[in-house]
Ligand binder design. Sequence first.
Ligand code: SF4
Length: 83
Amino acid sequence: MMSGKPLKVTIKERDECIGCGACWGICPEFFEENLEDGLSQILAAYRFEGDIAEGRAPETLEECVREAEEMCPVGIIHVEEDP
Ligand code: SF4
């Protein structure tokens, strides 16, 4: 279901990321590898106040960010309604 509103997406416990690449494999429009530490980060265009671990996903990316949330093996990607 499309919500019609941007979604808040966080990599909440980013230090627990294992750099498996699932999220940026599934949703390269939103996630990418940080080349300094090999962990996931949010693409600059979608970051919230410049935070590499918090962003806002437009409706068009809802399906892929939710799939990344489901597939992250350590469960650190969180997709929520942005109140
Ligand atoms: S899927 Fe999870 S563990 Fe894998 S790179 Fe993305 S955030 Fe890190």
